[in-house]
Design a binder for this molecule. Sequence first.
Ligand code: FES
Length: 245
Amino acid sequence: QITLRVARYRPEEEDAAPAFADYDVPLRADWAVLDGLNHIKDELDGTLSYRWSCRMGICGSCGMMINGDPRLSCATFLSDLTPGPVRIEPLAHFPVIRDLVVDLTDFLHHLGQVRPWLIRDEEQPVEQGEYLQTPAQLQNFKQFSMCINCMLCYAACPVYGLDDAFVGPAAIALAHRYDLDSRDEGDRERLTILAQPDGVWDCTFVGECSAACPKGVDPAGAIQQVKLAAALDAVKSLVLPWRSR
Ligand code: FES
């Protein structure tokens, strides 16, 4: 057995305060933290609230703080956390709705800020068919399209922890994904948004976002590349004002 020390909080109750509750769950070689939570929910305490869906590191819904680190609970094995107890808390930097469930509103707002869709100056005529890409053009942005919106990078980011106006790692990586897409013509629009004070310049390049990412997206790398584009754009507009777009 291993003990899971789980954060419990029901803000709707009078005098509610966050507290921990200990649960002993079976320590099986193939059990992830999520299996332990499901055991609690099914066998020990049906009132525990948390999110999950795919159970295979794809949906991004099961992120939580595990022994202080933001991780996917379906991809973190109990056998790697012995002897316990294992501390399980809601993702850092987000308001808690109940127990391990956090409010996604601010995260979704930041994703929407960067205009994460294909922007075209003009659509090509329908008779030309779909927009084709070469494998090399796909490869150009593929890494940044692997994000599963698990929010671990926001929970890991000390800047977002201090200032939730910061657009944040996943949203900037998403913007970069579209900027690198050969079908997109919206880089100027996104650069204007990301060059604002709450955009890329808020990032102090701690790199924790990339360390926490379970998909190897490297949001810190994306942010540095957008910073370079913003800096070059600013210089260009100073030196060659007639050439700035
Ligand atoms: Fe889908 Fe963990 S349950 S990523």
